[in-house]
Design a binder for this molecule. Sequence first.
Ligand SMILES: [Mg+2]
Length: 388
Amino acid sequence: MPLSRKIIHLDMDAFFASVEQRDHPELRGQPVIVGGDPRGRGVVAACSYEARTFGIHSAMACAKAQHLCPRAVFLKPRMEQYQQVSREIMTLFYQYTPLVEPLSVDEAFLDVTCNHQKEPSATRIAQALRQTIRETTGLTASAGVSCNKFLAKIASGHNKPNGLTVIPPEQALAFIRTLPVGKFYGVGEVTEKKMQALGILTGGDLLRFSRQDLVTLFGKTGHFFYDIARGHDTRPVEPTRIRKSIGTETTFAEDILEYGQVLVVVSGLVHQLALLLAQKKTGGRTLSLKVRYSDFTTITRSCTSPLGFWGAAEMLAQLPRLLAATEAGRRKVRLLGVTVSNLFNEKERNVLRRCQLPLPFPPRRASSDLFPAARVDPAAPAPFTERL
Ligand SMILES: [Mg+2]
């Protein structure tokens, strides 16, 4: 085990639903579901523990949730309210350490190896934080304490809600050995099935495989599995997560088939995206179009521009080419999205402008993400060259 760090993972319990129950006392003790309209295609964003006893969980279709519990109370999310509470709890975290890495509005990693209070016990800090959160917000949080991020996160989920679980470094290996692989970070349903087929049911089973075996079987994540089975997770708590992409998407109440309609929707999304990029003074080299068909098959088509996509016009110009590489107009579509990634800011853009000559667009890469040359619509506009 490398030099031991003291990591806390704090996670609010049923966050959105708990805020609603706090603000609406008549909902306490009731199955509360925050999310979309059960008559439409909404999904569960969060649900109270009372709702969970009916088998309801987040990301489930609201219609199904209503079927499981007809008396459940459905509420639309009040994001501003949740963000307000989120700011309150994050402020509490920073009273202990600047090393706070928020994972979402309601959970964060804290590295308290060194902390402002000079408190040597991470467990005492976690307990104090849970209490202060309760006093400040009226809400409960669960905490996990251990020597790395992997174990701290597993620990916080171990005794939910309103729980505290500590995995001391000397117990880490024993804990991982018995941990079902389904609980491992990075193991989704598909990987879990694959592991089960190989007889890998727990962390201990991973120990039988060499690093090379695991990489052959699981790609790059194989390294992570190899290390984590031995308790090694050196990922630091990263105080500011660098945003990797900016995007917007929309799901339709009814699938759409007509190409013209698809084009109108995507153009609207591009305008929204251009506003987001302008607000953040950001552009990105890669523009991606996401299409989910009625059977939930989801594809992405991307193109790149050396000086980046910044405004609606340059993104709109690429839409016919990107759409031509999909089955839009021939196959029913339920979701459309546009995203810009490989982000960079205006300062970097100016540096690039000074040192890079305009290149023909788009540079073709041998990547499945790029649309194949044969599929490019000949009617699409000519490749644009960056204005300098
Ligand atoms: Mg939570």
